[in-house]
Design a protein around this ligand. Structure first.
Ligand SMILES: [Zn+2]
Length: 201
């Protein structure tokens, strides 16, 4: 019988179809516990916890955008929407509608919260932090429980973007270059900067 969540353990990482979940799968591997989700737009595999498990093959975390990378110019437009109202939190989605498109719903934003109507086929959800750093808040964690890419843009100079992929409440940082087809202008990529910093150490 079909089940919502799959729990997969196999010495060869070859899953039986009947063991897979309809929504997502937990996968135990040599290097930890992972969660894997798949929808019309992305496939993502995120590590939930480190662990050493003897006798299993290792697994790699990963993200694939099924329609290819998002045009960087759509970020420019989203960033303009945020900068046009720098004292209120603004939400901008990138949806798939045969092509990637901007989705800017009617919204009611305060300095730290924004309410809006959600859309179908959202691949990337961006919101601004007018007065806070580009760090995901506990409210963001509560709101960002889907299988999507999420980003927060800190508007205090210098402007910073911080991206992550979420698989139903588990997240993994991603660099802008994994999501967009070109360099983003006007923002610092927080994840890229942190990776570069770690490599310097
Ligand atoms: Zn936020």
């Amino acid at each position: 019988m079909a089940k919502l969540i799959g729990y997969l353990v196999d010495v060869k990482n070859h899953w039986r179809e009947e063991d897979k979940g309809l929504a997502y799968n937990y996968i135990l591997a040599a290097n930890g516990l992972f969660v894997e989700g798949d929808n019309k737009h992305i496939t993502a595999c995120v590590k939930v916890a480190d662990a050493t498990v003897r006798g299993l093959p290792p697994l790699q975390h990963g993200l694939a955008l099924k329609h290819g990378k998002i045009p960087a110019r759509l970020f420019d437009l989203a960033f303009s929407v945020m900068l046009a109202d720098p004292y209120h939190e603004r939400y901008v989605g990138i949806i798939w509608n045969g092509v990637y498109q901007l989705y800017v719903p009617e919204q009611d934003g305060s300095a730290a919260r924004v309410e809006y109507a959600t859309a179908e086929n959202v691949v990337l959800e961006l919101h601004s932090h007018p007065d806070m750093p580009a760090r995901f808040s506990s409210i963001d964690d509560r709101d960002e429980q889907g299988l999507k890419i999420y980003g927060v843009v800190g508007l205090k100079f210098p402007e910073v973007i911080n991206l992550r992929v979420g698989v139903y409440g588990y997240w993994m940082p991603v660099e802008c270059s994994e999501i967009f087809d070109g360099r983003l202008s006007g923002v610092i990529d927080k994840v890229e900067a942190e990776v570069a910093h770690e490599n310097e150490q």
